[in-house]
Design a protein around this ligand. Structure first.
Ligand SMILES: Cc1ncc(COP(=O)(O)O)c(C=O)c1O
Length: 421
């Protein structure tokens, strides 16, 4: 293979480590190893099929010949359907020129960064968080990482963010957060909004504003008493500075269908549209027509969401209880009560323990490998989400978890833990 030098970006970009880990685990499974693969933030479509009505709408849309280029900002019927869905769920009112549709959340995040962040601009984001490190790298921005803490459910706080606002152009927030499955409290998000508004009001007309990318792609998946909050609903002044990221990928287990949307100030949305047009990252025409029809079918949407939330929360709660049981038995593990999304945050604190054959688990990578080889449990360490490599917290994703496997997962983990000294 040729080793000729490529662009600085190509030479320095790190491919998604989670995808790499997932592929490695899949290879082991293909070779006959029975592994509980809870790495990828995706769904097993047998456990979590997309809504039946959506599937039929897609098939019908192709049959009806919806196979051409869609409108650059998304088909009007889809934009209208999304806006009514958002208004029903969050009470937010946006116009059809303040929304952009794309093939999922990723191209929207890319175009938000591209529209706002120049080389050396400060981008503030929490770690752990999903992919902000890579998108910041894409733009050669200056990484300002906020190390969120266990006592705050691994959500960043206003106090942590405040010292970094001067000169920053983007604050990348996500709630419910990937990888933690936790959310902002109303009070904390309000404080963060106040900071952003004060900062922007203090800037001169020539200076770029500080924008908030608010990724709420998991917002429909909250459990129990957990409520989703967003900056614009909490403080209308945030409308000028907030760009939302959202879509059907997670709420409707439709990661492969590829429909996402952003709402925000019209002039930002227009720039994002121009960028996305050059990349060609429109959602496919037929899928747009299908989602437009589906999202206004309240009965189908509500029934699907009720079911998927109950299926996901069952898995998260049972795994959480299993980890708490192991903790109560004296093993060095812990977990955070699940609030939202498809993720459970667990701690596996085994560095410096010895395996049955006398091998020292001398770093977190060795612990991850031990849990994989002995408990057959594949998890993603927080180190893959920008945290320190020695961080001993992990993400469990339940999109591929079978309910019937949970008891066995905890049993196997107990066995693996009890062989350590
Ligand atoms: C927080 C967050 N935002 C956005 C995305 C991107 O979603 P999509 O598959 O729609 O590109 C993901 C995917 O895992 C995610 O976890």
């Amino acid at each position: 293979m040729s080793k000729n030098k490529l662009s600085h970006l190509a030479e320095t970009l790190i491919a998604s480590e989670i995808v790499k880990l997932g592929a490695m685990v899949k290879e082991k499974i293909a070779a006959g190893d029975h592994i509980y693969n809870y790495t990828i933030g995706d769904f097993d479509s047998k456990e979590f099929p997309i809504p039946e009505e959506l599937k039929n709408n897609i098939i019908n849309a192709y049959t009806e010949g919806f196979t051409t280029y869609p409108a650059a900002d998304g088909e009007l019927d889809l934009r209208k359907a999304v806006l009514s869905f958002v208004e029903k769920n969050q009470g937010l009112k946006y116009g059809t020129s303040e929304i952009l549709v794309a093939c999922g959340g990723r191209p929207l995040i890319y175009s938000i960064f591209r529209s706002i962040v120049d080389k050396k601009d400060k981008v503030i984001y929490p770690v752990p968080s999903w992919n902000n490190n890579h998108y910041t790298h894409f733009n050669e921005g200056e990484h300002v990482q906020i190390c969120s803490l266990r006592e705050n459910n691994f959500m960043p706080t206003a106090e942590q963010i405040a010292p970094h606002l001067k000169g920053a152009t983007l604050l990348a927030l996500c709630s419910p957060l990937n990888p933690t499955g936790t959310v902002f409290t109303k009070e904390e998000l309000e404080k963060i909004c106040d900071l952003v508004i004060n900062e922007n009001e203090s800037r001169g007309v020539e200076e770029k504003k500080l924008y908030v990318m608010y990724d709420q792609i998991y917002s429909a998946l909250t459990f129990g008493d957990t409520k989703h909050h967003d900056p614009v609903s909490l403080n209308p002044k945030m409308r000028d500075y907030t760009i939302f990221v959202d879509g059907i990928s997670k709420a409707f287990a439709a990661t492969g269908v590829r429909v996402g949307w952003s709402m925000g100030p019209e002039y930002v949305i227009n720039k994002m549209k121009a960028i996305n047009s050059h990349v060609g990252s429109w959602a496919p025409m037929a899928e747009q027509k299908a989602v437009a029809k589906y999202l206004i079918n309240d009965a189908a949407v509500n029934s699907y969401l009720r079911n998927i939330k109950s299926e996901i929360s069952y898995r998260l709660i049972n795994l959480h209880q299993g980890f708490q049981q192991l903790k109560s038995e004296g093993f060095s593990v812990d977990s955070i009560e699940p609030q939202a999304a498809i993720y459970l945050t667990v701690q596996i604190n085994l560095v410096d323990k010895k395996t049955a054959d006398g091998k020292l688990l001398d770093n977190q990578a060795a612990v991850t490998e031990y849990v994989l080889s002995q408990a057959k449990l594949a998890l993603v360490p927080f180190g893959y989400f920008g945290s320190d490599r020695e961080n001993n917290w992990y993400r469990i994703s339940v999109g591929c978890c079978k309910k019937g496997d949970i008891e066995n997962v905890i049993k196997k983990l107990r066995e693996a833990l009890s062989h350590l000294s």
